[in-house]
Design a protein around this ligand. Structure first.
Ligand code: KE4
Length: 419
């Protein structure tokens, strides 16, 4: 069945024909193609067309698709059983690896998605501090937990709060623009004794990539320490991507809790939240804060996660960053040469090219980007076999599987784009 037929059928069965809104390609005025298989830096659609992939499952595939050691580990694990509902050695092994690589995570809990991780971390922060309020940043997306769907990013695109989220829930959610430390300080000065936590993407990835300004993250750390609130780094995107130790290692800032997902599952459903032991021990069954999950610590996902982190320990992050720096610089030059104003935000193997000449520091700045120009670029690139994020406010990712030839072919395709 071809993509068109599949999509028509899918739309009668699933809202918008997709199981996650971004995949509907509505932000680039297009329809999705249905993917049949993936390998390394490539995906193939059901019509057999090959694409160089820069979505990489929205971040998990930092090693590229079907990395041999990850696939082998998953195949071995699944033959031993898909889910036990009881502890398995893989959970211990993955937790040991995460604790070794991210020392601020002394104790953790595996869940099955980033949303579960951030939802649980918020409940823990509230249970641990006895406070209700949470500070989040406009344009940051932490999954679809009600409390975070106030001015969220990604496909939730900064709606004040989506239908179905009671005002009573989001009234505990205090907002500030990303990089606006003064607003956070104001929240603390007015209701500091009611703030359980500040949750932040240490490098924002859900309004496109937006870098923290110097002093922003340290300022959050200092305010949380001063007022007894917890600092939560949502490293679902940045974990194991901004460096092996994530954004916290790169910036040298220690959060109280960290949430993870995507890369730690190697493409399988895994999320994780963790931090200081004395905080985590407030979680059931040690403490009173409840959270549970049927497939948490699933043996197949654990095996894939362990294989992924073991491989990443051997990878040269600096080399990938240098290649991505060169690639993005050339890509921006090509587009500027076509009369398109481009502001680039880039770190490690993640970047966003904003079709604007404005500096980008927060959600307001990103809204100056020319979405139609991005849509034109996206469609012409996909027609040439280059799969970019189907939304101008998402990250584009490179991986350890992208070759120089892949990057060069992508630049060639960009040279052929017209606006
Ligand atoms: P999931 O529940 O989708 O595994 O993770 C939620 C989440 C939490 N925190 C951050 C920083 C995230 O970026 C995400 C999910 N990211 C989106 C794309 N930016 C996932 C893609 C999608 O929703 O289809």
């Amino acid at each position: 069945m071809d993509s068109k037929t599949l999509y028509a059928k899918a739309q009668t069965l699933m809202p918008g024909g997709v199981n996650s809104p971004l995949r509907a390609c509505r932000y680039v005025n297009s329809d999705p193609v249905f993917i049949e298989r993936a390998q390394g830096a490539y995906i193939w659609d059901v019509e057999g067309r090959k694409y160089i992939d820069y979505v990489l499952s929205w971040g998990p595939q930092l090693l590229g698709h079907c990395e041999p050691s990850v696939n082998e580990a998953a195949h071995k694990a699944v033959d031993l059983g898909s889910s036990y509902g009881a502890p398995c050695a893989g959970e211990v092994e993955l937790a040991e690896l995460i604790a070794e690589i991210v020392p601020s995570i002394e104790m953790m809990r595996m869940v099955s998605s980033g949303t579960e991780a951030t939802m649980s971390a918020l409940r823990l922060a509230r249970g641990y501090t006895g406070r209700d309020k949470v500070v989040k940043f406009i344009g940051n997306y932490h999954g679809h937990n009600d409390a975070f769907l106030a001015a969220a990013g990604s496909a939730a695109q900064a709606v004040p709060g989506t239908p179905g989220v009671p005002e009573d829930i989001v009234r505990h959610t205090l907002l500030a623009h990303y990089n606006d430390l003064d607003k956070v300080r104001e929240h603390f000065e007015t209701v500091g004794d009611q703030i359980a936590c500040v949750i932040v993407e240490p490098v924002a990835g859900n309004m496109g990539l937006v870098l923290p300004q110097p002093g922003f993250l340290q300022g959050l750390r200092d305010l949380c320490t001063q007022y007894g609130a917890l600092l939560i780094f949502d490293e679902v995107i940045t974990g194991f991507r901004m460096s092996l130790g994530g954004a916290q290692a790169r910036f040298g800032i220690t959060p109280d809790l960290t949430t993870m997902g995507k890369i730690i599952g190697g493409g399988f459903p895994v999320g994780c939240y963790g931090g200081k032991r004395e905080i985590m021990e407030h979680m059931a069954p040690c403490g009173g804060v409840f959270q549970a999950g049927t497939l948490s610590g699933n043996p197949v996902a654990m095996a894939a996660g362990v294989a992924t982190l073991k491989r990443l320990k051997e990878c040269d992050y600096d080399a990938l960053e240098a290649r991505t720096t060169k690639f993005t610089a050339e890509l921006c030059d090509i587009l500027r040469g076509k009369g398109q104003p481009i502001t680039l935000q880039h770190m490690a193997s993640a970047f966003t090219m904003y079709f604007t000449d404005r500096p980008i520091r927060n959600m307001n700045d990103t809204s100056t980007t020319d979405c139609d120009a991005y849509a034109k670029f996206w469609n012409q690139m996909r027609d040439q076999g280059i799969n970019l994020a189907p939304a101008g406010f998402e990250c584009t990712f490179t991986s350890f599987a992208h070759s120089d030839e892949d990057l060069e072919r992508t630049l060639d395709a960009a040279r052929k784009v017209t606006f």
